[in-house]
Design a protein around this ligand. Structure first.
Ligand SMILES: [Fe+2]
Length: 336
């Protein structure tokens, strides 16, 4: 984690001890004046959201998904929105462009970026942000999210690195989020990421996330699987973590599968079915925060699409508070 020092860190203090400590930082000094800004093109979290179960559009799913779209879904639920990764589609023509258009013409679109590197030690790539804005506008994207992490250091690292949970990092990340939001002319949502080391923490993960959301006036993409993975790997209460999140800022949620190595170690893979503890935690989030649009992320070891639709049915039952384990009924419209 030597790269973390590039974020201008103070000296190491004691490690975080979960969610038991009170907030130690005062947020009396906002980074910018809270004058009204021209932001939301996107719906606010307290408005009616006409879709609740979403599926990540992956290139490897396109052919089978399009066949299903043409043949009908039978007794399985049709996804109510899609989530796309801009970097996988931006600037592509030919069949890639046609495939993307096929789905964006039929579904509400959320977008989840990979390479913004909001916590990175090097300068933001604002030319990339401009291209991103064009993509988001062209696709009519409702919500755009990125990872509260970094992935560059004078070049792409091709991984999501943890931002140190420090006051200096909060300040730096918030400045960068505000710049991006102003350029995109929209609020963005930042995702709580899975991580395997906690470089020089001055505060807990929950305190860090809450500070960033408040001071940058941005939204949260709450990844339920990441909460579970981190809670096992770092030994904290995942339900208390969710209860500590500011509900009004939760734009939407992710769930995914992971690889359990041992009782105390999980690798975040997105390559397996969603596990029972993650379903249970989604139910807790639903009870605590209310239903939110939720995306099933699957990035490898793909099963038949029918298997993913079965997981969407399970998700719908949880979000609607109906009986689980009886796939087939698409959930009704929700209001959050
Ligand atoms: Fe995620």
């Amino acid at each position: 984690m030597a790269r973390a020092s590039a974020v201008a860190l103070p000296d190491v203090s004691s490690p975080g001890d979960g969610l038991t400590r009170p907030l130690r930082y005062s947020y009396n000094l906002p980074l910018v004046p809270r004058a009204p800004r021209e932001l939301p093109v996107t719906p606010a979290s307290n408005t009616t959201v006409p879709h609740s179960i979403g599926l990540g559009l992956r290139r490897s799913l396109v052919e089978e998904w399009r066949d299903l779209e043409q043949q009908g879904y039978g007794n399985q639920p049709r996804p109510e929105f899609i989530e796309v990764t801009p970097e996988n589609w931006m600037g592509l023509g030919g069949k890639f462009r046609r495939n993307l258009a096929y789905f964006t013409e039929r579904y509400p679109v959320y977008a989840h970026g990979l390479s913004l590197s909001i916590g990175g030690p090097t300068e933001l790539d604002m030319a990339f942000v401009d291209r991103l804005k064009t993509f988001l506008d062209d696709c009519g994207v409702i919500e755009f999210s990125e990872h509260l992490s970094y992935c560059t250091d004078h070049g792409h690292l091709y991984d999501l690195m943890p931002i140190p949970f420090t006051e200096a990092a909060v300040q730096r990340v918030c400045e960068r989020i505000l710049r991006v939001q102003d350029r995109l002319k929209r609020q963005i949502a930042l995702e709580n990421v899975s991580f395997y080391a906690m470089p020089a923490p001055e505060m807990t993960e929950a305190e860090f996330i809450c500070a960033v959301l408040e001071r940058a006036d941005c939204k949260l993409l709450l990844d339920i699987n990441n909460v579970w993975v981190n809670s096992v790997n770092h030994g904290y209460d995942p339900k208390a973590f969710i209860e500590a999140m500011p509900g009004a800022r939760v734009a939407y949620q992710h769930i995914a599968g992971h690889l359990q190595i041992s009782d105390r170690q999980i690798i975040d893979t997105h390559g397996t079915d969603v596990s029972d503890p993650v379903w249970d935690l989604l139910a807790h989030a639903q009870a605590t925060l209310g239903p939110r649009p939720t995306v099933l992320e699957r990035d490898g070891n793909f099963p038949p699409l029918s298997s993913l639709l079965g997981e969407l049915a399970e998700m719908g039952h949880i979000l609607n508070g109906t009986a689980r384990g009886t796939p087939g009924d698409a959930p009704a419209e929700i209001t959050v």
